[in-house]
Design a protein around this ligand. Structure first.
Ligand SMILES: *Cc1c(COP(=O)(O)O)cnc(C)c1O
Length: 344
């Protein structure tokens, strides 16, 4: 597939903004090129627009060259940029599963880009044929979230591959929860498929939701387009420093992931015992989707006990479903105790 033929003509023609830090990237002693305040306070200089140090670290960790990595102000920035690069407002559309992560649809709507929704099965399984069948000649991007939010299950790898191989456009696989999954990431497939984008984030397993840092991995062609369209200094200095700090100790994060997975297993087993639980959906993420006999009163009761979970009763196939993030041992115990209190 010729990726450049899929790009909006105005983006292809676009001359990127050239910042002071773009035009000079060597070492200097006296920097009088960016109209910064010269008095040092640790933050008086603009950040590196391409986050080289951070990308080099991520490159080693993920075994992908730096020119195949984009960093965004959250994955949400990457989602928005990909839509803006490939979808002509008022004409093109993208295709998503239903239910799925809400930002694809919101970002599309902001950009006046259409959305085609393809229902998952009642068990939240993904069928490639259903998605491929619904795509039309103006469908430029397919978003596939696996493990899926809000259902928590990971999709069949073969089904996802079928879309990558047969969809005539860009396929974005959102792996925000892959650190919690027993299934492999799609990162290795980037060598095979030029139309593939893999999204990951520092917001979940890495414990940095507050810094806003998302990663996109793709062919160097697509990454170059994202760099061209992004705001010049999209990742601030503080974020880059904090990310380097957690990356210096990945073993700590691995330990936290193991802890969360153990807690997920325990909570899943405990919930399944309760009379008012109809089903705990299998999860490859750090949350459980749980179907109750009657979700709304329980949801409200938990709020009255200052325990906040997510009501998903209005999403496709989500009738009476609540989404519960895995917390610490103590938090999960408090949740269970409150549900039992409600049940009594
Ligand atoms: C939480 C989440 C993200 C993360 O978004 P950030 O902007 O990186 O915080 C991305 N995709 C899905 C499906 C998510 O649930």
């Amino acid at each position: 597939m010729d990726i450049l033929k899929k790009v909006r003509p105005n983006i292809l023609k676009l001359q990127a903004y050239s910042s002071a830090r773009d035009e000079f990237e060597g070492t200097g002693d006296v920097f009088l090129d960016a109209n910064e305040n010269p008095f040092q306070n640790g933050l008086n200089r603009y950040p590196d627009p391409y986050q080289r140090e951070l990308k080099n670290r991520i490159s080693t960790l993920k075994n992908k060259p730096a020119d195949q990595i984009f960093l965004g102000n959250g994955s949400d920035e990457a989602i928005d940029l990909i839509i803006r690069i490939f979808c002509e407002p008022g004409k093109d559309n993208l295709i998503i599963s239903d239910p799925s992560y809400g930002m694809y649809q919101v970002s599309a709507a902001i950009n006046n880009v259409g959305v085609q929704k393809v229902a998952l099965t009642e068990d939240f399984e993904f069928k490639a044929a259903d998605m491929l069948q619904q795509a039309d000649q103006n469908t430029k991007i397919a978003f596939i979230c696996s493990p899926n939010n809000p259902s928590g299950n990971a999709f069949d790898v073969k089904e996802i591959e079928q879309v990558i191989q047969n969809f005539d456009g860009i396929v974005v696989i959102d792996e925000a929860y892959s650190d919690f999954s027993s299934l492999p990431s799609f990162l290795p497939q980037l060598n095979t498929y030029k139309n593939l984008v893999v999204l990951q984030t520092f917001s979940k397993a890495w414990g940095l939701a507050g810094v806003r840092l998302g990663m996109a991995f793709s062919s160097s062609e697509i990454i170059a387009l994202m760099n061209k369209v992004k705001p010049p200094y999209n990742i601030n200095s503080l974020t880059q420093v904090e990310a380097l700090k957690v990356l210096a100790d990945p073993a700590k994060v691995q330990q936290e992931i193991r802890n969360i997975l153990e807690e997920r297993g325990a909570l899943e087993a405990d919930l399944a015992q309760l009379n008012l639980v109809e089903k705990v959906f299998p999860s490859e993420a750090n949350f459980l989707l749980v179907k109750f006999q009657n979700a709304q009163p329980l949801f409200e009761y938990l709020i009255s006990k200052n325990i906040i979970i997510r009501n998903r009763t209005n999403v496709m196939h989500g009738r009476n479903c609540l989404r519960i993030t895995i917390g610490t041992r103590e938090e999960n115990k408090a949740l269970l105790a409150a549900i039992k209190e409600f049940e009594a």
